[in-house]
Design a protein around this ligand. Structure first.
Ligand code: TRP
Length: 363
């Protein structure tokens, strides 16, 4: 025990998953799941966390739980190899969060850069829900309840993992070695760290309408690729073009593999040559976009088709999730029993306790 390698990660069900989720995290998860290097993999749908800023919109969260589950399966997460579950169905996570709250200060939470940005984006100003403000603590519970050693996430989640590590260290320092300190696993390709929206804006977001969804139909993908943001000063084909901040090239960095050139653009040996030509001038946006479109179509078609297959049996998806929750709950309950013992709140399963107290009061 304690030496097991365990993966845990999850997503908020606030919408269908898009290709930013895919390159930033989902694709890697599937590889990790299939790598055989981990003893267990837990993947969960963070509905309780989604509610922290959607408290008046439970229907949205409910609808998206099944969307995310379908996206998971479509990408190749396999319930035979990974435990897929729903956060709210594991009450042990609330209990753990409640204890962890005593290990974190308000000012530490206020310094969390991701939460800071999110608060600004949501215009909470002074009316920040306490649950939202403290979600990094609940995220530490998500991670530690399953004794996760490895958390594959995007870079925006770095502060959460750091906070979880601090909580673990403090807990273990006070109560003795109980919890496992997790490590973050970031995408290894820089373009995948934070894939921009199709409009070139920093992040894909549903409200900006700049996402390509995993379930997107072929003609929609094409439309979105062909209208992508490039270099606004690259007006004529013969003009030299810029690669930096050019979304089409960022996407190529994330998706393009050498064999794509053989298949769709044999005039160029590799991406560097394509970039060099664009920078020199003489290469038009349309040609590069067509190339990207071919790649995106090839990558997304099997995912879309698998999703359609899974959509044919929705009750089976709920059944898969129910079983996942059962397995997850047993794992979390096991950790909670260690935690209660370490915190000395295990009054009824400590055989020694009553004897000790008898002696103390009958001296
Ligand atoms: N905050 C993550 C997101 O927005 C979701 C999440 C919740 C998570 N708990 C987690 C991710 C624990 C990794 C580990 O995508």
């Amino acid at each position: 025990m304690g030496k097991e390698k365990i993966i845990l990660t999850g997503d908020r069900p606030t919408g269908k998953l898009h290709i930013g989720h895919y390159v930033g995290s989902l694709k890697r998860r599937v590889e990790l799941q299939n790598s055989g290097s981990f003893d267990k993999t837990f993947i969960f749908i963070a509905d309780a966390q989604a509610l922290t800023d959607n408290i008046d919109n439970p229907e949205k969260v409910r609808q998206n739980v099944i969307e995310v589950a379908l996206d998971y399966l479509a990408c190749g997460l396999d319930p035979e190899k990974s435990t897929i579950f729903i956060q709210s169905q594991i009450p042990e996570l609330c209990e753990l969060t409640f204890y962890y709250m005593d290990l974190v200060t308000v000012s530490r939470l206020q310094r969390n850069p991701t939460v800071k940005t999110e608060i600004q984006m949501r215009n909470f100003e002074t009316s920040i829900p306490v649950g939202f403000f403290t979600y990094p603590i609940s995220q530490a519970a998500d991670i530690t309840a399953f004794r996760a050693t490895t958390v594959p996430v995007g870079e925006d989640q770095e502060p959460m993992i750091e906070q979880a590590r601090e909580i673990v260290r403090r807990f273990n320092y006070i109560y003795g070695e109980t919890l496992v300190e997790p490590e973050i696993l970031l995408p290894d390709n820089a373009a995948c760290l934070r894939l921009p929206g199709t409009d070139g804006k920093a992040k894909m977001s549903k409200s900006l309408g700049n996402c390509i969804y995993l379930a997107e139909e072929a003609d929609e993908i094409q439309k979105k690729v062909m209208s992508m943001f490039t270099d606004p000063d690259h007006l004529r084909v013969q003009d030299p073009g810029k690669i930096e901040g050019n979304t089409v090239f960022t996407y190529l960095d994330a998706f393009c593999r050498p064999e794509h050139f053989e298949r769709y653009l044999p005039d160029y040996p590799n991406l560097n040559e394509l970039k060099a030509h664009y920078q020199r001038g003489g290469l038009g946006d349309v040609k590069v976009k067509r190339f990207l479109n071919s790649i995106m179509q090839e990558e997304l078609e099997p995912i879309r088709n698998r999703r359609k297959e899974f959509e044919k049996d929705i009750p089976a998806i709920y059944e898969m999730l129910r079983k996942g929750c059962e397995v997850a709950r047993a794992a979390a309950a096991d950790t909670l029993s260690d935690v209660r013992k370490a915190m000395k709140i295990n009054y009824f399963d400590d055989a020694e306790l009553i004897n000790e107290q008898v002696k103390r009061f009958n001296k």
